[in-house]
Ligand binder design. Structure first.
Ligand SMILES: Nc1ncnc2c1ncn2[C@@H]1O[C@H](COP(=O)(O)OP(=O)(O)OP(=O)(O)O)[C@@H](O)[C@H]1O
Length: 295
């Protein structure tokens, strides 16, 4: 088995009487992109905060880069970078100034800071905006700077909490390219997302959590095939989907599903058949619709 970058066994966390994480078991192989998906309030941010040492767990074992979080927190901190939902960037400074300041604060010399800053600005496609104040940046530029800042010091594991929330399609795709390049450099990327397509496109492994429990883990392909072979869609006269039904894809199963649908829907509605999508996976696993990315 490949080396694990992150491992949790029976991880639990409560806030007051509310159980937020209820025995999370997870294995993240080194060098992968691993996506944590779940509806609002499922516990994703809490989990990423525990893994990145911001919160203590109440119970369970957490190992990051082989170090036990309970006994080796300093070594864990030296193995990780975190980009949260609200990163600490000084809006009045330029992108270059922010990066250079963080380089100096991280202990790099002035010359090292200059060259690392240049390298990051180039890599994150911010060279042209280097001398502009951050408050003039677009959402996509800002997120790229957030991630660049968290990579000032090279660490093997990167946590990204909802990296593309609120970004338009083009900015999101450009960030996906950057995340894929980080993986090519051997960095393990652990991200949370509310967007199904993001997990589908990027992640080697997806874990779905709901109400603090793992409800499924696998590749996008295995999760989709786990819920059935074919999905029946019924559309009304305005071409809106009014009902879907997951089936195994056998004649018998589809016939039965169609019979049931015919009993409760108008017989003139149209039928189409498609393979399961990540939306179907989420509805099946969490009984909730996931947020859709802006397109
Ligand atoms: N510091 C805290 N104190 C008390 N309750 C908290 C705290 N942080 C989170 N919670 C609660 O824990 C639950 C899980 O929250 P969390 O932010 O981890 O979910 P999430 O899956 O990241 O949600 P979202 O997708 O909305 O960001 C929620 O009910 C939230 O209100």
């Amino acid at each position: 088995m490949s080396k694990l970058a992150i491992e949790t066994i029976g991880l639990r966390k409560k806030f007051g009487n509310q159980v937020v994480l209820d025995g999370i078991d997870m294995q993240v192989p080194a060098g992968t992109i691993y996506a944590l998906l779940g509806p609002n309030g499922a516990g994703k941010t809490t989990l990423i905060h525990i893994l990145s040492t911001l919160y203590d767990q109440d119970d369970g074992i957490v190992k990051i880069a082989g170090y036990d979080l309970a006994t080796d927190k300093d070594m864990v901190r030296q193995s990780i970078s975190l980009t949260g939902q609200f990163a600490a960037v000084d809006e009045v400074l330029t992108g270059e100034e922010n990066l250079r300041m963080l380089c100096r604060l991280s202990g790099l010399t002035a010359a090292e800071s200059r060259s690392r800053t240049e390298e990051l600005l180039r890599h994150f496609d911010l060279a042209a905006a280097a001398k502009k104040r951050v408050k003039t940046y677009s959402g996509g530029m800002r997120r790229r700077l957030d991630i660049a800042i968290s990579l000032v010091v090279k660490r093997p594991i990167l946590f990204l909490d909802e990296p593309t929330t609120g970004l338009d399609t083009i900015s999101r795709r450009s960030l996906w390219q950057i995340i894929l390049q980080l993986k090519e450099q051997g960095i393990t990327v652990f991200l949370t997302t509310q967007y199904l397509e993001e997990a589908d496109q990027l992640a080697d492994i997806i874990t779905v959590i709901d109400s603090g429990r793992v409800v499924a883990t696998g590749t996008a392909k295995s999760l989709k095939s786990s819920i059935g072979g074919e999905v029946i869609e019924i559309r009304n006269e305005k071409d809106e989907i009014v009902r879907t039904a997951a089936t195994s894809g056998t004649l018998l199963d589809m016939n039965q599903a169609l019979n049931e649908l015919t009993q409760s829907l108008s017989p003139t509605m149209r039928v189409s058949i498609r393979k399961p999508s990540m939306d179907d996976v989420f509805i099946a696993l969490t009984s909730q619709e996931m947020e859709r990315a802006p397109s």
